[in-house]
Design a binder for this molecule. Structure first.
Ligand SMILES: [Zn+2]
Length: 431
């Protein structure tokens, strides 16, 4: 309805204008060189309007022709961009589908079409990693670090590569660069903590790692690595406070107490730990100042007084009694332990020594020794330090497995085997 009204209105205006135009009186004459024209005023006005319209159209056509090269370049740019975006989508699909060949090919196409943008560089790097072309990935990650807003992504990729090839010094340098580029990220903090553990920088690891059941292990390692005795004592005390039943922590603290002249306090820590979780390393430390064999036997009695029937107490008491020539007491402890269910090699060997001391080179003595040694061959293995990850034996406790390099995996394990695997005899077993 509105259109009809507008149409009628426009028609009325045109008719009125034409009528007004036709009513204008007079003539117009013009001459250019030999060419002359003479017409009425309305026709002259119409010709002028037609000329203006023709000129306007001509200018538009000329401008359009002149703009052809420019619009062609823009079209080509748009076309390349569209192809590049298609290639980006294909890379993402190939990466998600785990197709390294397609991902690498499309990533190269995306880079050709779109140039070295952070997105294309990241795709090239990830496709390179998926294809096992670490050199290509590294080149793209390095190029990424040149983009200020995306340099963290570049450092992150380079750090992952350095960690994968276990190049710890290089990884540390990159981690520091990444921290400078984008400080305070949780992921980077975890990476730096892992690096600190791998490079045995225990003090830094303790600063970076939050709550962790292995903190006592890190404190012991930090104390052992620390040159400053005051800081070493502080680390050792923290280890002991956090786990007063963990023999390495107790020994780290007690040994530093001993070196600073606080022998009584050191012995108290050991006795307390023995009550919680007896361990041969504790008794070795506690009895070390005693050289007299009877004095050692008495010191062992004092150490075990609050936990006398624990297998470790019985074995310690048997050993020191045997050393002191008290074979009756030694035999009593060994046989008690056996009655209580312990069947370890060290018990059989102790019994063989007792037989040797008591009966000497007699026929009965030789028979008894032979029987004890025969039983030793089939007895359970003795407890020892072992890595729970690679199952390699470690002669002493270490914060890091000497065989596989894992941190915090060396534990005190019993030799009793069930289902073919050693059972962890927690050093923390309460007596
Ligand atoms: Zn290991």
């Amino acid at each position: 309805m509105l259109k009809i009204i507008l149409f009628l209105l426009a028609g009325t205006i045109i008719v009125a204008a034409t009528w007004l135009l036709a009513a204008i009186p007079g003539h117009v004459a013009a001459s250019i060189g030999a060419f002359s024209i003479e017409t009425s005023t309305p026709v002259a006005i119409l010709m002028l309007v037609a000329l203006v319209v023709a000129l306007t159209l001509l200018i538009r056509v000329v401008r359009g022709v002149l703009a052809i090269p420019r619009t062609g370049a823009a079209w080509r740019r748009r076309h390349r961009r569209a192809l590049g975006e298609k290639a980006v989508t294909r890379v993402l699909v190939a990466l998600a589908a785990g197709e390294p060949g397609a991902a690498r090919k499309e990533a190269r196409r995306a880079r050709d079409f779109l140039g070295d943008s952070p997105q294309t560089l990241l795709l090239v790097a990830e496709a390179g990693r998926l294809s096992g072309r670490e050199d290509e990935a590294a080149e793209a990650f390095r190029a990424l670090t040149a983009h200020k807003e995306a340099q963290f992504l570049g450092f992150r990729g380079l750090l992952r590569q350095a960690v994968d090839r276990q190049d710890w010094p290089e990884a540390l340098v990159i981690a520091n660069q990444a921290e400078a580029a984008h400080p305070g990220t949780l992921w980077l903090r975890q990476q730096r903590a892992d690096l600190a553990l791998q490079t045995e920088n225990w003090a830094e690891a303790l600063e970076l790692i939050g709550p962790d059941p292995l903190r006592p292990t890190y404190y012991v390692a930090a104390a052992n690595a620390e040159a400053d005795p005051v800081r070493a004592l502080s680390f050792a005390k923290q280890a002991w406070k956090q786990d007063p039943a963990f023999p390495p922590a107790v020994l780290a603290y007690a040994s530093r107490l001993r070196t600073t002249g606080r022998e009584k306090r050191a012995q108290a820590c050991i006795a307390e730990a023995w009550q919680r979780a007896p361990h041969p390393d504790l008794s070795t430390f506690a009895l070390a100042p005693q050289s007299d064999k009877l004095a050692r036997a008495q010191a062992a009695k004092r150490l075990t007084v609050r936990n006398p029937t624990h297998p470790e107490s019985r074995i310690l008491l048997a050993q020191v009694a045997l050393d002191a020539g008290l074979t009756g007491e030694a035999r009593h402890q060994v046989e008690s332990a056996q009655r209580e269910g312990l069947n370890q090699r060290r018990l059989c060997l102790l019994l063989a020594e007792i037989e040797a001391q008591e009966r000497g080179e007699t026929e009965a003595g030789r028979l008894a020794q032979r029987e004890a040694l025969r039983r030793a061959a089939s007895a359970d293995p003795d407890p020892h330090w072992q890595c729970i990850k690679c199952h390699a034996d470690n002669a002493t406790w270490q914060p890091k497995c000497e065989s596989c390099g894992s941190v915090g995996t060396v534990q005190w394990v019993s030799g009793v085997r069930t289902s073919g695997l050693p059972v962890i005899q927690a050093a923390q077993i309460a007596g």
